[in-house]
Design a protein around this ligand. Sequence first.
Ligand code: AMP
Length: 252
Amino acid sequence: MPTFSELGLGVDVLKAIEALGYQEPTPIQQQAIPLLLSTPTDLVALAQTGTGKTAAFGLPLIDQLDFNSRDPLALILAPTRELCVQIANDLAKFAQFAPGASIVPVYGGAAISTQIRSIKQGAHIIVATPGRLIDLLGRKAVKLHNVNVVVLDEADEMLNMGFKEDIDHILASMPEERNIWLFSATMPPEITRLTEQFLHNPVRVEVARAATTASTITQGLIATHSGFQKRETLRRLIRDAEGFKNAIIAKV
Ligand code: AMP
């Protein structure tokens, strides 16, 4: 298992990882971080919440950006206000030893004037819901001409929530040279279409879906010999069982 330092991350980010107490990179981080650090590329990552996906794009992003710039250098789109705030908080932690880094979340349902002021004060990374970003673009309150990385986080959720047109509009108004890093828990046909329309030869990474059991299900194991004893044990279990009406018997 590679260490964070072996993935190629610089000293400021490694200090932040140590402060956060991350011991080793998760599978999506092991795959995505060296890729995103080594060469400018588009990326399609199939990964769910809980896999460490925010750090998979956030750590290489913080590592690469030049925080001396005045203009936004990276844009992260996410479906909800809560996720925007969470991503911005995570990125601020990853950037805690990177002097001058400024990360600004913008989302609907909060005063746009305050958000415009924050952007004007200097935002290197903007974390936005698509609708609010469209609003800010319409008011010419945000400049995207220096953005060279766009992250689409929970892309399938954004499409489910009806942001397809907003995302199309935002991506179409970006500089041609930008890279897009798309993260999605599922790959429905609309995501494939989005990928084909806007991404150039994306590298694909995928982490296995964690096996989960619904919290209402209790699991147990009864060891028997095969053949008659197994059938007899099952028969007694069904006969004596109380408290449920239905059962599924699956042969494994
Ligand atoms: P995410 O999938 O980005 O929502 O991350 C899920 C949680 O895992 C967050 O609380 C992260 O802080 C945490 N996390 C991310 N990467 C690591 C790591 N390498 N080691 C331990 N925790 C991590």
